[in-house]
Design a protein around this ligand. Sequence first.
Ligand code: GLC
Length: 633
Amino acid sequence: MVLSEEARDLLADLPAHRRQTFELRLQQWGPDLLDAVTALYSAPDDVASALVTVAARGFAARSDELHRLDERRLLQPDWFQRPNMFGYACYVDRYAKTLKGLGDRLDHLTDLGVTYLHMMPLLKPRPGDNDGGYAVMDFSSVREDLGTNEDLAQLAATLRSRGISPVVDLVLNHVAREHDWVVAARAGDAKYRDYFLIYPDRDTPDRFERTLPEVFPDFAPGSFTEVDGEWVWTTFNEWQWDLNWANPAVLLEFAEVVVHLANLGIEVLRLDAIAFLWKRLGTNCQNQPEVHAVTQALRATCRLTAPATLFKAEAIVGPRDLMPYLGEGRHAGRVSDIAYHNSLMVHVWSMLASGSTDLARHALAGLPPTPPGGTWVTYVRCHDDIGWAIDDSDASARGVTGVGHRQFLADWYSGEFDGSWAEGLVFQHNRETGDRRISGTAAALTGLGPSRKDPAGGFARIFLAHAVVAAWGGIPVVWSGDEIGSPGDPEWASEDGHSADNRWVHRPRMTDADRARRHEQGSDAQRVFDGVAHIARVRAGLPMLHSEAPTRVLTDADIDDGLLVVQRRHPSGTLVGVFNVTADHRPLARARLADLGSVDVREVLSGHDLAEHGLHDPGGTLWVPPYAAWWIV
Ligand code: GLC
């Protein structure tokens, strides 16, 4: 690869050991970079050379401390796959008003066992409604009310010193319509018009819309918006303009942003809405192969500057489309290191509502194994609604219909179904498909909602759900408020710009008083917090929960339909997770635990001796109590 003059000058000015480091990285990741841009653009050598220049600039500017972090991470390439990883996600303002405020309130997180902190979008958004910060108008500065770039770098350093990896969003599918690029495009600047997808009339938009699903059918129908007599691609809201990733200039802009954030000390970049990046006529314009080439190009650039910084794909897509985000085929080991396990989340809720693990076992066991260098973010709830991503072919393989089961789940979690304990809100009722997504906190969806329909069951289900996702492999991430059993924000609709978007119901503000409630013995907050913290603590000491230990879902027909049984085999031993998703006792043949041997078998979550349930009777049957979550090692 030919280095630009600027890159050569930059490297020549570095001390010899630094220069050699960069050269070695170029040998390692340069081919990935070139390969990716060759798949995307007509002048790949120029694009590759420009990306290397961006990386060299970032490398030269990177602080000594962060260079040291790079070395440390390269020596521990599995750092994010280890069982001590435990995540938390929050809006900085809603958790602690400012970045400084957050830095002063870390005890709550360290007590929970947090080692990974996703701070929701914090770069300067458009004024007014901005989709929770996902409409960015300036990638170079932090939201003014939260603080400055220096505050962010300072917070990252503090987090690092407390063993917590900072995570922030990289919103790369779209920008706010107030962004300078849009302003220049609207003023007629040809360079910037080519950053977006702008059509003179409805002809092309109509052809695309024949196969495009709607993301926000309620408050932002369609995928195009009429602006100044033309039609602009706006997948999400009309004030979020989709970028034209077929233009290499867009890639170069984002390479700068990646390097900038990495040099502030951000350790994981969440690639927001990554599935939508590349558009192709006649498709749903999601998961196109070029998306993975774009990711590979950005990742290789980032590795050159900051190998400590990883990528996490936010691709909320069906199970079949999900695996390529962790790298398949030519992109194996070259794209995102982490991806959201949306299917697991959906099936946790599906199992709890139906009291059956049949469909979940089939769907989850059918997923290909996670690639060795990658891992999941597993979660019970996040800041978004839950879309019932039940695969039609999975459903019909188990004798139900996808549409019928999705209908049932929406009825159940909106509380409309007779006997439901849930108090969710319907989000984006799509009248064409009948789909109804659901908003609500974990507490509201399990029985511990505002009217406390079933508190005892609620606690059990919250603990069970977290125990399932924490046993899976990956980084379990707790959504802010769920760790204290928040029923949700009753005032969500009264905040400026929020009234049409009920996802705000599960994005409660947290005060010091809310956080202090976890010390009040017997309160919901204390019971939930201690339960979740306990899971994190136990997990950290179990090598079988390292991501590299494969997750095997047992599908044997003789296992009771109310039980989910999962096995994690590791050289240090085997862990079997047994989860009862029903309110009854369910039988489990002792022989199912044969792998464990019978000496010194322990259930490590409760610390209880399972002998009383018949564990030490090889021919016997265990009776698994209602909603029990057992991690047996
Ligand atoms: C992601 C975010 C969601 C947002 C969307 C558009 O899916 O999680 O909150 O609305 O992207 O940026």
